[in-house]
Design a protein around this ligand. Structure first.
Ligand SMILES: C[S@@+](CC[C@H](N)C(=O)[O-])C[C@H]1O[C@@H](n2cnc3c(N)ncnc32)[C@H](O)[C@@H]1O
Length: 231
């Protein structure tokens, strides 16, 4: 366990003044608000406690919390591992892997600390810039607006999970994927995108079914254009 990790802080409550106190401009919390606040801090403490006891590190899946405004739904730990292992196997020795809008796969690859592959993360959410030079800001609306050091057809495999289940989003992300990959593609998206995925990327649905850390209303699937271990 890492001793330098900050211990959860205790909840400090400011005593409520009675209504008949002289100084009645001191803000007061209603019992209901106070209870909600206590519950919030308790949950926070539990989350922090869990992170510490589970040997949390900066690459743990979920270390950066989901922001639903950005359509962020993280994979379960098993799914992230499975996709990371598949990417390593497909990339081969000293292979180069690009993760587009799929930060959990990047994190899982880094957690493995593998020496015989390199990886970069293309993401819209700048919180992932904590990962330094391997982070590349990416907005699917400008699919080819990429730094010069990302050369065309320079990645052995591109793993992508576009943020929206729309043809426009898939088509634009597909432009980036096709620009970066030497050939191999591993796409994760909704089951309803099967036809469009085949049309824009020539990928076929796999037997493996990805899972998320929360239950999602939409069924998700993986798609590849090579003989993968996901069937
Ligand atoms: C459906 S999630 C896929 C995450 C994946 N399940 C994982 O666990 O790594 C979509 C991803 O797209 C990213 N995203 C949101 N807006 C984007 C944009 N305009 N361009 C590119 N990516 C975007 C989100 O930050 C999120 O990581």
């Amino acid at each position: 366990m890492n001793d330098t990790l900050e211990k959860p802080r205790a909840l400090v409550l400011v005593p409520c003044r009675k209504m008949d106190d002289d100084d009645d401009d001191v803000p007061q919390l209603s019992p209901h608000t106070l209870a909600a606040l206590q519950e919030f801090y308790l949950e926070q403490q539990q989350r922090e406690g869990m992170k510490t006891s589970q040997g949390f590190n900066q690459y743990s899946v979920g270390s950066i919390e989901e922001d639903w405004q950005l359509s962020q739904f993280w994979y379960s730990d098993e799914t992230a591992s499975c996709l990371a292992n598949e990417a390593v196997a497909a990339a081969g020795k000293d292979g180069k892997i690009a993760c587009i809008s799929a930060p959990s796969v990047y994190q899982k690859l880094k957690e493995q600390d593998g020496k015989d592959f390199s990886v970069c993360i293309l993401e819209y959410d700048r919180r992932f810039s904590v990962y330094g030079e391997e982070f590349v800001f990416y907005d699917y609306n400008n699919p080819l607006n990429l730094p010069e050091n990302l050369l065309p057809h320079s990645f052995d495999i591109v793993v992508a999970d576009p943020p929206y289940l729309s043809e426009e989003c898939l088509q634009k992300t597909a432009e980036t994927i096709k620009y970066l990959t030497k050939g191999k593609i591993l796409l994760c998206t909704g089951a309803i995108m099967e036809e469009q995925a085949a049309k824009h990327l020539g990928v076929k649905i796999c037997k493996f079914v990805p899972r998320h850390s929360r239950n999602l209303a939409n069924e998700f699937r993986c798609y590849v254009n090579y003989a993968s271990g996901l069937d």
